[in-house]
Design a protein around this ligand. Structure first.
Ligand SMILES: [Zn+2]
Length: 370
């Protein structure tokens, strides 16, 4: 099982320049190799492999960039082509691998196990051919480190370590919960618990608006406008981090408390819903919540299941009868059996009950108790 540990690093001004230089050389190599593959194909219909391209690399001067970082760039090119060919083969409309602009290409990787090209010592991350950069490790890395990736996020830098952990044995499922994700309430559980959307995010709302207003007042192309852009990016990063932090806490609670956690399959759900900007932000949060919960559950030997979202709000969780439920109705009142409960609570119970393991026919492995 793979797990990623990410930490902020604090390069000095000089190190910052070196990091940007490495990034820029990597991007150049990426775009050059993409170009070579294109030309080779157009001119003689031959494909270039990773090994073809790696063999040529020694003839080009990459200005002191660590060789294995460069090899990893070629691997990335290779992977993007393999993904492209796979999509073509599957008949999907597929984008040809793209040239990477300055703002898109934002990371490079030491592709070898810990100790080869990088190591942490005395609060510093030692990077071969770059230097020792101060690192803030808020928690220890567990497991065997396989690679180290250096990422840029605006004017900040991060190091993420990909770690191999032994597979965890699956727990027997004793506790199960259904989770309905929503806009007014982030998540409602089938036991009736409600997890609010984080209030901390509201306070950023006015800050974002103000920063946008300030930006629109600055002259295009002026240095003040560029400064304001950095301010705005910083606020967005804070919002993103605050949201992520909250989702980490929420997913931790779910993964610790339940062996099996059932969500709606958002991919199916989103096909039938139209998209607004506000919704897409929620979508991102929901996907992240499911994603975080999935790996935390796996890590603890539990499991996340996804079910078809059809009619989860309209169906009565007691007698299965279906009635129309406009969004404005916050309470479910069943005309057939008289059940009354919160709209999202009802949906969460349906979600929980909907999960049927493949080999169990109509039976659910857990009691249908709420
Ligand atoms: Zn009913």
């Amino acid at each position: 099982m793979r797990k990623t540990f990410q930490y902020r690093i604090y390069p000095t001004r000089k190190q910052n320049i070196i990091l940007l230089h490495v990034l820029s050389m990597c991007r150049k190599l990426y775009n050059d190799s993409l170009h070579d593959r294109k030309v080779a194909y157009q001119d003689c219909h031959c494909g270039l492999s990773y090994y073809d391209q790696a063999a040529w690399m020694k003839y080009i001067d990459y200005q002191g960039v660590y060789a294995h970082i460069l090899q990893n760039v070629l691997r990335r090119v290779d992977t993007s082509f393999q993904n492209f060919f796979r999509r073509v083969k599957n008949g999907e409309t597929s984008g040809y691998p793209r040239f990477q602009g300055r703002n898109r290409y934002d990371s490079f990787t030491y592709p070898d196990p810990y100790g080869t090209g990088y190591k942490i010592e005395d609060g510093k991350l030692h990077l071969s051919k770059i230097g020792a950069i101060r690192i803030f490790q808020h928690r220890e890395i567990g497991g065997e480190v396989k690679t180290c990736t250096i990422k840029r996020d605006g004017d900040q830098w991060y190091a993420s370590f990909s770690v191999e952990l032994p597979d965890v044995e699956k727990k027997e499922i004793e506790t199960s919960v259904g989770v309905d994700v929503g806009i007014t309430t982030l998540a409602t559980l089938s036991d009736g618990t409600e997890i609010e959307n984080p209030k901390t995010l509201d306070k950023y709302d006015s800050k974002v608006k103000k920063a946008h207003r300030d930006l629109s007042r600055k002259k295009k192309g002026s240095s003040n406008r560029n400064k304001q852009k950095i301010v705005l990016a910083g606020i967005y990063r804070k919002v993103r981090n605050a949201r992520k932090d909250y989702l980490h806490k929420t997913s931790r609670i779910l993964a610790d408390a339940y062996d099996q956690i059932v969500f709606e399959d958002l991919q199916i759900k989103n096909m039938v819903k139209n998209h607004h900007l506000a919704r897409s932000i929620h979508d991102a949060s929901w996907s992240m919540l499911i994603n975080f919960t999935t790996y935390k559950a796996e890590y603890a030997g539990g499991i996340v299941e996804l079910v078809n979202p059809r009619n989860t709000s309209k169906q009565c969780s007691v007698c299965d009868s279906i009635q129309s439920m406009p969004l404005s109705l916050r309470t479910y009142r069943c005309p057939d059996c008289g059940a009354v409960m919160g709209r999202d609570h009802n949906a969460a119970i349906n979600i929980k009950n909907r999960y049927v393991p493949a080999d169990c026919g109509e039976l659910t492995p857990v009691e249908m108790v709420v």
